[in-house]
Design a protein around this ligand. Structure first.
Ligand SMILES: [Zn+2]
Length: 571
């Protein structure tokens, strides 16, 4: 999107996406015919400010050579003088700006409701125009009107900060530079999955708070918190109310019901008239929590935003979004609950972390929820930068199954079910279906064949991320139709399978860090009906990750036992 530089009677320099004169501001006398990017306009304004702030920014100081000055600056950027001509406004020129009446019409009202707190690219705004069934120009008018009223800003999507570039949507500094027509330009690749972000693009940043929703917030939980959950839930609420600390980590045992622990705090926040974001790296986590929230907040409207490519516009102060969608908000939320902080693609993504931090209002709160905290967050806890809240026990008062190690004498590259560990699978199967994790996709088929040979009569299958039959196989797995199922880490999180027993083949492989191992072990014993079960790590060596995973699980059990939150302790 491009803008036109405008000059006012009093010498002030402004800009507008329209060639026509601003109906609200009849003091505009001329504009520069060449359309410019937002980044170029801001660079011109910055140079003018530096050269002679008094002349250009003090009302009433008109200098006749303002136009020459601007042209000189643009020539310095590499523009040809022949492209740079000024056009004077005549009294008969069409007026192209939005009027207060238009802003009050149905489309204007909808625009203002749906863009609160949002950070939107031109592509996103075009999508909104299609949704509202209005012209692209009308969307620009509404947006620019808000900018003129000081409620919003136009920001170059990628801009120069000092000597380097920075994407203003995701904070990325490692961008691709390329020669534009008049100046160097840059493209951000880190956030391109939600639409283009270059120095020639512009972002519409709406600085108003989220609003809407019923004045009375009805919170009717359909569950009773366990003692462990109740303690953690009270600590979360204390954190939300405490102005001294901004971030906290809820470190929960796998399957301890960490999400519901945050619901009372969400209800309290909404009742204060504030806004809440539930974010997670993966769509299935959002899809899982949405119906639970809808059930417990029966009269409350939610915005649910998942996927990356498209955007669906909704209103309201409660938002559920994947971390990519969070990049489309700016300083919008008072409280953010960030679930599964250590999961792909959030873990290790500077862009998504930057986006989450910038979606938070000044003085807002972020609670990270996880069963396997990242080393950075544990470091922040140790340094006193982040408060730690523990939820060490599952609701059924049974300890977490501690993995046992079965050493293999041979490499576990698929070579046949040899070794004592294979016969252990038989005893696991007596307790329930066996889920076998492997470190590589290339191991899946050979191991399926191997298990089928070794256990004739068993229903054996497997899956991995790109498997076209994955959804149907997972559905059958949930229904208990397999005796043994081989999987990569796609099933390490977010799935509860009754009576499941877990084997990790090649547990010493470098893809299995302590977090993956704890998550895989955490699939066992999640339900009240079947709280027990076994986890076996099979490998040639015992790695540090394997030892740490066992330590974490044992430490949760020890803590839960000390607090009287579990009844028995498995050995
Ligand atoms: Zn970016």
């Amino acid at each position: 999107m491009h803008f036109f530089l405008t000059l006012n009677k009093d010498g002030r320099v402004g800009f507008s996406p329209f060639r026509e004169r601003d109906a609200q501001d009849s003091s505009v006398v001329s504009y520069l015919c060449a359309p410019l990017s937002c980044a170029t306009i801001q660079a011109v304004q910055e140079q003018l400010r530096r050269r002679d702030p008094f002349t250009f920014w003090h009302k009433g100081s008109i200098r006749k050579d303002s136009k020459l000055e601007i042209i000189k600056i643009l020539k310095g950027f590499g523009w040809n003088a022949s492209d740079l001509t000024w056009k004077e406004y005549g009294p008969a020129l069409t007026i192209g700006q939005v009027s207060p009446e238009e802003q009050d019409n149905e489309a204007g009202k909808a625009f203002n409701q749906l863009t609160l707190g949002r950070q939107l690219s031109m592509g996103d705004l075009r999508g909104l125009a299609r949704e509202l069934k209005i012209k692209e120009d009308d969307i620009k008018k509404f947006a620019h009107f808000n900018v003129e009223q000081g409620r919003a800003k136009w920001v170059p999507a990628v801009r120069k900060v000092g000597n380097s570039w920075q994407c203003q949507r995701c904070g990325e500094r490692n961008v691709e530079e390329w020669p534009g027509q008049y100046e160097m330009a840059a493209t951000c690749r880190s956030c391109e999955s939600i639409g283009s972000s270059t120095s020639l693009d512009v972002l519409y940043r709406d600085e108003r708070s989220l609003s809407g929703g019923p004045s009375e917030v009805i919170f009717q939980p359909h569950w009773v918190l366990s003692e462990a959950q109740r303690i953690a839930s009270e600590q979360v609420l204390q954190f939300i109310k405490d102005p001294r600390v901004e971030t906290a980590l809820l470190w929960a045992a796998c399957g301890a019901g960490k999400t519901e622990v945050s619901f009372p705090s969400a209800a309290w926040t909404l009742k204060q008239g504030k806004s809440v974001l539930f974010a997670a790296p993966r769509q299935d986590v959002i899809n899982d929590v949405t119906p639970r929230l809808q059930r417990d907040f029966p009269n409350y409207p939610f915005q649910v935003l998942t996927g990356t490519s498209s955007i669906k516009f909704q209103g309201g102060r409660m938002v559920l979004a994947t971390t990519h969608q969070v990049l489309r908000f700016w300083r919008a939320f008072d409280v953010i609950f960030m679930d599964e902080m250590d999961a792909f693609p959030y873990q290790g993504s500077r862009a998504l972390e930057w986006g989450l931090n910038h979606a938070l209002r000044q003085g807002g709160k972020i609670l990270y929820l996880t069963a396997t905290p990242s080393s950075e967050s544990l470091k922040a806890v140790r340094q006193g930068m982040m408060r730690l809240i523990r939820l060490p026990a599952r609701h059924h008062h049974t300890s977490l199954p501690v993995p046992i190690w079965a050493q293999s004498r041979h490499s576990l590259e698929p070579n046949g079910c040899t070794g004592g560990w294979a016969s252990q699978i038989n005893s696991l199967r007596v307790q329930g279906p066996v889920l076998v994790f492997v470190p590589k996709i290339s191991w899946i088929d050979p191991w399926i064949k191997c298990f089928r040979r070794y256990f004739p009569g068993w229903r054996v299958d497997g899956s991995y991320s790109a498997d076209p039959d994955r959804p149907s196989k997972i559905k059958r797995l949930r229904q208990g139709e397999f005796d043994l199922f081989v999987s990569t880490t796609i099933l390490e999180r977010g799935i509860t399978l009754p009576r499941i027993q877990v084997v990790v083949l090649g547990a010493d492989h470098s893809v299995f860090d302590e977090r993956a191992l704890v998550q895989m072990a955490g699939r066992v014993g999640r339900t009240r009906e079947n709280p027990g079960g076994r986890v076996v790590f099979v490998s040639q060596r015992r790695t540090k990750a394997m030892r740490t995973a066992v330590q974490w699980i044992e430490e949760q059990n020890k803590r839960a036992l000390e607090l009287g939150l579990i009844d028995i302790r498995d050995s």
